[in-house]
Design a protein around this ligand. Structure first.
Ligand code: TYD
Length: 200
């Protein structure tokens, strides 16, 4: 049985990544999934971690994201890939490095070690970063949508964006950066062009 393809979409809140991830999954007949929260256990973890009214340290935040991811990998991602199905995931390990590492200041080396514990060797074949300026993403966001991360200030989202760009640079070859300030159609064309080069 040939292992399926594993593609991840990353980006700041309201970057446009979820629209692209869902479109690609449908077009390529892949299983669409997301983090945090796409397992029965994850539903509760997501509720806790996004609830802005529950104070939480950055390390606690990171550990909840990693707990969600570890469970997600073992119960959804790996079984699907092993049975020959492909996966498109809206967020994966780089979200924790970007948000909790670069955004909140949790030690990156320790986060990387904890990530390895959570995901083992389950790395994406390709990660597509939809790189959108935080000011633009902020304008796109519904004014009443304000969870723990959406309610963070612009400087936080700027650090997350810069973190993503650094990670993309480090993983050059397995990552692709697409300008998220372009129209939805232009972004879709760039995404499709890149995925075709993966022979997908
Ligand atoms: P998501 O559902 O993708 O929200 P959006 O569609 O608005 O981007 O993710 C929920 C929030 O969780 C988002 O603000 C990013 C944050 N997050 C982290 O901080 N760390 C993580 O590891 C993950 C997976 C998400």
């Amino acid at each position: 049985m040939t292992r399926g393809l594993f593609v991840v979409f990353e980006g700041i809140d309201a970057s446009g990544k979820s629209t692209q991830a869902r479109r690609v999954a449908e077009l390529r007949d892949a299983h669409f999934t997301f983090e945090p929260g796409d397992t029965p256990l994850g539903v509760d973890l997501r509720r806790w971690v996004l609830d802005a009214s529950t104070p939480m340290t950055p390390v606690t935040e990171a550990l909840l994201m990693l707990a969600d991811r570890s469970h997600h990998v073992r119960t959804v991602i790996e079984p699907t890939l092993d049975s020959g199905g492909s996966i498109v995931s809206d967020r994966y390990f780089a979200s924790t490095l970007a948000y909790q590492g670069y955004g909140r200041g949790v030690d990156l080396a320790r986060l990387e070690a904890a990530t390895e514990l959570a995901i083992g060797s389950c790395l994406p074949d390709m990660t597509i970063l939809i790189d959108t300026p935080p000011e633009l993403a902020n304008d796109r966001r519904a004014p009443d949508a304000r969870d723990r991360f959406e309610s963070a200030d612009l400087a936080f989202h700027q650090r997350v964006r810069e973190g993503y760009l650094e990670i993309a640079h480090k993983w050059e070859g397995r990552w692709c950066v697409i300008d998220g300030s372009k129209s939805e159609e232009e972004v879709a064309d760039s995404v499709d062009e890149r995925l075709t080069s993966l022979r997908w």
